[in-house]
Design a protein around this ligand. Structure first.
Ligand code: GLA
Length: 395
């Protein structure tokens, strides 16, 4: 798999070939995995993601007219429009890009058009946030190129608005946050109430993270994501009507759950509260190198996502079952929005090969689908790289 330097270099070459001049700068943003803290972000909860060594790169240069020309290598497409007229995006990737440009322009005036080239190696639909990497890379490119000086939080909030307004998914900030703020060898301890983070050493001596992609691709928009957002909002409203002091999710405690007469709302909130607890417990386990406890918390998270939050699917459940059936895995759970995508597993380093073989064989036997196994490295979050100046890039 390509390194960031290789991706940047290929992107620049493609840019130069296509636009007949080199780009002025390249921005990049990584995909992410999430160790724990699922479906908590949009309700001001906790999560623990980190960025992975897969990136989207965006190169950009000025134009003298008001045209925008954007080329996507991976989607083999091109969009051209004028800054002064309305454009109808034809595909999903265009929708993301058009959303980024339009929202950026609503807040900051753009003096001229530009050319941009997008390429990357974040697997699409595999639950490692290729869309967040695309938005974050693109907005970082615009920000740096037009010298707007948005800070990291402003950048990711803009990206989140792209999801809300252009994709109509009321997602939280988990993916964009991880893509922008991660640090190599660390996991982020994210608090979505205060929108703040700390870093924890990601070291798992003797164990590695193995990602098993179910190869089931379901987009969030088509899934029950929005339904979960509404159900939890309704639960909060319900509790507020009974106890006026409860105005935010952070005010809700376990003892309040029995006040929710709607059993579905009760289950959703039970997941939310228990998952926040697990994030804190995993942080402690990681600091203490207690990987047995760590693994148990991961598996408990899966059970909660499956039973209480009901965002798993039979393929993900089976991948977890297979993983736990081996003697090499301390814990396993579905990762990301759910209904497809991948599982994350904490596996004994010396048995990784055996583990991967068992999972792939067992999964294929049951569903006739090739599962894809990946082991990623942690990397730094998004950044930019000026091409003209002879600046050394440090990953
Ligand atoms: C998707 C969303 C995130 C988050 C996760 C579930 O990845 O984009 O905001 O809600 O699902 O934790």
């Amino acid at each position: 798999m390509e390194t960031l330097e290789q991706l940047i270099s290929t992107n620049c070459k493609n840019f130069e070939q296509f636009f007949q001049s080199p780009p002025a700068l390249v921005a990049y943003a990584p995909g992410r995995i999430n160790i724990i803290g699922e479906h908590t972000d949009y309700n001001q909860g906790l999560a623990m993601p980190c960025a992975i060594n897969r990136w989207v790169t965006v190169s950009i240069s000025p134009r003298t007219d008001d045209q925008v020309h954007v080329v996507s290598i991976d989607f083999d497409g091109k969009m051209i429009f004028s800054l002064n007229s309305i454009y109808e995006p034809k595909t999903l990737w265009e929708q993301y890009i058009y959303g980024c440009i339009t929202l950026f322009m609503q807040m900051h005036s753009i003096p001229s058009g530009f050319n941009a080239m997008i390429s990357g190696n974040v697997p699409i639909g595999a639950g490692v946030s290729s869309s967040a990497a695309l938005e974050v890379a693109f907005v970082n490119a615009l920000n740096e190129f037009f010298k707007v000086e948005l800070n990291g939080l402003e950048i990711i909030k803009l990206c989140q608005q792209v999801e809300h307004q252009y994709l109509h998914v009321k997602s939280g900030l988990l993916d964009q946050y991880a893509s922008q703020f991660s640090k190599k060898d660390k996991v982020l301890m994210l608090d979505f109430h205060s929108l703040s983070h700390t870093y924890i050493n990601a070291e798992t001596t003797g164990y590695v993270w193995v990602l098993c992609d179910s190869n089931i691709k379901r987009t969030l928009a088509g899934s029950k994501y929005s339904e979960r957002v509404q159900e939890t909002q309704a639960a909060l409203k319900n509790l507020h009507e009974q106890i006026s002091d409860i105005t935010e999710f952070k005010d809700i405690e376990l003892e309040h759950l029995s006040l929710l007469k709607d059993i579905v709302q009760q289950k959703r909130m039970r997941h939310y509260l228990s998952e926040n607890y697990r994030v804190k417990a995993v942080a402690e386990a990681l600091k203490n190198h207690d990987f047995i406890l760590f693994g148990k918390l991961l598996t408990a998270s899966h059970i909660s996502l499956r039973e209480d939050y009901e965002v798993s699917c039979k393929e993900l459940d089976y991948l977890v079952e297979l993983a736990l059936d081996t003697d090499y895995c301390l814990g396993s759970r579905m990762m990301g929005g759910g209904f497809g995508g991948c599982t994350i597993n904490l596996v004994k380093e010396e048995y990784v090969k055996e583990f991967c073989n068992k999972i792939q064989e067992g999964y294929y036997r049951k569903f006739n689908i090739e599962g894809i196994i990946n082991i990623y490295e942690t990397v730094n979050g998004a950044g930019t790289y000026p091409v003209h100046k002879n600046v050394q890039y440090h990953a």
